[in-house]
Design a protein around this ligand. Structure first.
Ligand code: F6P
Length: 573
């Protein structure tokens, strides 16, 4: 049966045909699975039911049934448009789609990143030293442990003051130059754990993150820094990324312009990369390079040497606790039955809303300023992983894939866009995330924060009827019409006790695995990112044209934009 509700999404009947490169050994379409079609019918049957009625029937049982604990996280998913049958069908879909088998293939180091012919073995990065992870038959734990030992030694030397700048002064500031996965993950973690910066008794350096090739970002950071006390981490898996290399070259020039000689730069530059030749060519001694490997995707890399900035900011022990938290979630994902498996349950709820309610976006709302960068991290994780239209077998996906992910820390979002979430024309599923103990407390603040978090989820679920408003004495029907909340709007609530490195690691791994589960159901490769290539390729000739080369063939719009910018760039030298 074809899922006709998404027919408009298909561009032409040709979308259904196999491409010449199609791998017929992987023939399945998610929409052909038995459970998919059962879910379509089930959706028709329950889509108009009110969650509030289910809560009124037996709310306590509902919460018991639809909540889970794992690795220090408590997930309440009772405020969803689901019944036990919904969950049974969603889990059947996960099973039919091959989630357990693909999960096991990931943990076994198989080349599940088929389009790049690589393993996706970020789970090995947070495993214990004795774990048996292999890639292409070669044990990887010795290499991982070796890098971890070097990261510990280096981060402790910088934090204790044993590693100094070239003039012997203590390093007070570290700049991580990187973008995408070489920026968003470590920046998010450093922000989330900043309250631990001095926990090992040392005064950790201030961390700065520079990603954008817009010179404003680097220039503004450097203005505040003293080159004699500043260390740069050039963080790039490929060591070819335009933005990172441009910023790294400008940073090097800044040192040279400020009295640090070429032969003194070694005390101020380290590299994190898989590309030792490019690191050497840039002028960083490979002895000052922290390696990782091509079987780690950029957006899954904060657990590798990409996390060097984390170890520098909060100490290596906290970084090790982060790894341990990720490992606890890995163990849960690998072993828990599907119905008690948090990444699977969360992933399948996302499928329910994306594919059966046809909801185009989802909101991440951490009620924690410390987690304010989590939505940005999640944007890359979900949308770069699952923003795709081609299945593993080369055929076009016949349904929608990744939603648009957005959000900011609460309560700020309440005063900006929550209006739309409560009364807008499209439903937006929300994930609320809240630590019960605040990283930093001022008397009375945290109860207010949590109260607002819980109240938003409650309001979304129960809404407010016209009858309620009339019963409260309102008589102006026009006003009543505007003040009604439809309710029945879904959310998950994830609670943790303290925002420790361990629980943060579990939270990040939870969303990594949730993303993977959804990719398996859609039968796509969550570990490549071909969609970012074309713009990079087209930018090269345009950059040359902007700076003097003869104009190349472009559409009229692009040609006009280039011409306008070229004139201004020429005037400004
Ligand atoms: O352009 C996308 C991307 O390739 C991401 O996947 C990656 O995280 C980012 O660029 C940075 O890449 P690199 O670490 O190689 O500089």
């Amino acid at each position: 049966m074809i899922d006709t509700r998404h027919a408009l999404y298909l561009q032409s009947p040709g979308d259904f045909r196999a491409s010449s490169s199609c791998n017929e050994s992987v023939p399945r379409m998610p929409t052909n699975l038995h459970a998919w079609n059962a879910l379509l019918q089930h959706h028709d049957a329950i889509r108009d039911h009110q969650m509030a009625d289910w809560f009124a029937e037996n709310g306590a049982e509902r919460v018991r049934q639809f909540s889970l604990e794992a690795a220090g996280l408590y997930l309440d998913y009772s405020k969803n448009r689901i019944t036990p049958q919904t969950m049974q069908l969603l889990l059947q879909l996960a099973d039919e789609a091959g989630v357990p088998a693909r999960r096991d293939a990931m943990f076994a180091g198989e080349h599940i990143n088929a389009t790049e012919d690589r393993a996706a073995l970020h789970v090995a990065l947070r495993a214990t030293a004795g774990a048996g992870f292999k890639v292409d038959g070669v044990p990887v734990m010795p290499c991982i442990q070796n890098v971890l030992v070097r990261m510990r030694a280096f981060s402790e030397a910088v934090r204790s003051g044993a590693w100094t700048g070239t003039t012997g002064e203590r390093i007070t500031d570290v700049v991580n130059i990187g973008i995408g996965g070489s920026d968003l993950g470590p920046k998010m973690v450093c922000r989330a754990l900043s309250h631990l910066a001095h926990d090992d008794g040392h005064s950790g350096p201030r961390m700065h993150f520079v990603s954008n090739v817009d010179g404003t970002e680097l220039a503004e950071s450097l203005e505040r820094l003293d080159p004699r006390r500043t260390l740069m981490i050039v963080c790039s898996k490929t060591f070819t990324t335009l933005e990172t290399m441009a910023n790294a070259h400008s940073a090097r020039q800044w040192y040279l312009d400020n009295g640090v000689a070429e032969n003194q730069l070694a005390r101020h530059f380290v590299a994190v990369s898989t590309n030792v030749d490019a690191v050497r060519a840039f002028g960083i001694d490979p002895a000052n390079m922290f390696e990782f490997w091509d079987w780690i995707g950029g957006r899954f890399s904060l657990w590798s040497s990409v996390g060097l900035s984390i170890a520098l900011a909060v100490g290596f022990n906290a970084f090790a606790d982060l790894l341990a938290g990720g490992r606890a979630m890995d163990e849960h994902f690998r072993t828990a039955p599907l119905e008690r498996n948090m990444p699977v349950v969360l992933g399948m709820l996302g499928i329910w809303y994306r594919n059966f309610f046809n909801l185009p976006t989802s909101c991440m709302a951490p009620y924690s300023t410390s987690l304010e960068l989590f939505p940005a991290f999640l944007q890359q994780l979900e949308m770069e992983s699952n923003g795709k239209t081609v299945q593993l077998n080369g055929r076009r996906v016949r349904t929608h894939t990744s939603p648009v992910v957005w959000g900011t820390a609460g309560t700020n979002g309440q005063h900006a866009y929550f209006q739309k979430i409560h009364q807008g024309s499209q439903i937006v599923p929300v994930d609320f995330v809240a630590p019960l103990v605040p990283p930093r407390e001022l008397p009375g603040h945290h109860a207010k924060l949590l109260a607002n978090c819980f109240a938003q989820a409650e309001a979304l679920m129960r809404g407010r009827s016209a009858e309620e408003l009339r019963a409260a004495g309102m008589t102006d029907e026009l006003r009543i019409a505007h003040m009604v909340f439809e309710g029945n709007r879904p959310s998950n609530t994830l609670l943790m006790e303290d925002l420790t490195p361990h629980v943060l690691g579990a939270l990040i791994a939870l969303y990594e695995h949730r993303t993977f589960v959804q990719g398996v159901v859609w039968n796509i490769n969550s570990f490549d990112q071909w969609g970012v290539e074309l713009g990079k390729i087209l930018a090269r000739p345009i950059e040359a044209e902007l700076t003097g080369a003869e104009a190349g063939p472009h559409d009229a719009s692009t040609a006009t934009l280039i011409a306008r910018a070229r004139g201004v760039l020429a005037r400004n030298g």
